[in-house]
Design a protein. Structure first.
Lengths: 196, 196
């Protein structure tokens, strides 16, 4: 079921990214933003490298936050956190009541993902979660040579694309994801690097 | 010696804050900003609670950063990090070549600080570092009821006040310090809280 809503420039967005794979416990960071402009809060939690706890870990981080009632949209950087720990975006939406948008810089190669997953326990279950994220749609950004790709749960592609564009104030990546990435790498590696 | 420079709206500022005192090793976070608008990088390090390593720890975090050549000003949230670990702002300026501005929400009570320090080893040395931060000057912010107070090394009060005001885009605290505080508390406590 898709929620229909009026989109304000200052729509509250929670962007979530993980850190580099430096151990078994992987730091995840949530950057709580007003649209594409202001960081209003930071939250963090941990999940297991190549584990199966990403959905529960992210869900409980959000639900226990003081910002939970204000978050209008959750943005993820792909559906795979801490290696191959998959996020079930349908369950994340249903368990929080908040629409979820997954953002990717490239169209994912599902065949390559399938091959990687078959070396891990519960490979079929992981693949099913990947597939549950559903259709992948291209979104044009301000940079015509660099579109991004999204998957959605609880929101239509058209509305999701509008939110992606309005929050991409600094690059072709929504600011909440860009900043969550800077924080996660800056804390775990001592200095931020790479791109969300 | 004060450096004279042209102040651009996008002057690169490094704001540094510490986290809550949850153990002996205290996380410090540097938020590297363009003026009061964009977070361009995050760095982090650790110092000892109530130790004497704050100056060296901050100095080496900055000098080892890829952003080091770009940082035009360092902003500190008071001169005491990780409890009563004092930052020598004269030495920090001399060791980095970058001017330092210390920001405080309240005029500090030096007599209370002196009393607290006498319970710690090297109390006199700590007090000397506090005093070396020099004159304290009030800066009017956009909120007339909430001025802030600054100390400076390597920059005049007038220029420092201009940079404080131009970077205080979201509150009466410069954005690099506000965001460094959100990150440090968000990582260590699981959720950001309080004010820089």
């Amino acid at each position: 079921m898709n929620r229909c809503f009026h989109i304000k420039d200052e729509i509250r967005i929670l962007g979530i990214d993980d850190s580099a794979l430096t151990g078994e416990r992987i730091l995840i960071v949530g950057a709580f933003f007003r649209g594409g402009m202001w960081l209003d809060g930071v939250m963090s939690s941990y999940l297991t490298r190549d584990g199966m706890d990403a959905t529960d870990s992210i869900m409980s981080m959000i639900r226990s936050s003081k910002h939970f009632p204000q978050v209008r949209i959750i943005m993820l950087d792909g559906v795979s956190y801490g290696g191959f720990n998959p996020v079930d975006i349908v369950r994340l939406h249903e368990g929080t009541g908040i629409p979820v948008v997954v953002l990717m810089r490239k169209y994912p190669d599902l065949e390559m993902i399938r091959k990687a997953l078959c070396h891990l326990p519960q490979g079929d279950e992981r693949m099913a979660i990947f597939k549950r994220a559903g259709e992948i749609v291209e979104v044009k950004t301000a940079d015509p040579l660099n579109p991004v790709y999204i998957q959605c749960s609880g929101i239509g592609f058209r509305e999701a694309a509008r939110i992606v564009r309005l929050s991409s104030t600094r690059s072709n990546i929504p600011e909440p994801l860009r900043v969550a990435h800077l924080i996660a790498t800056g804390i775990v590696l001592g200095e931020s690097r790479g791109k969300a």
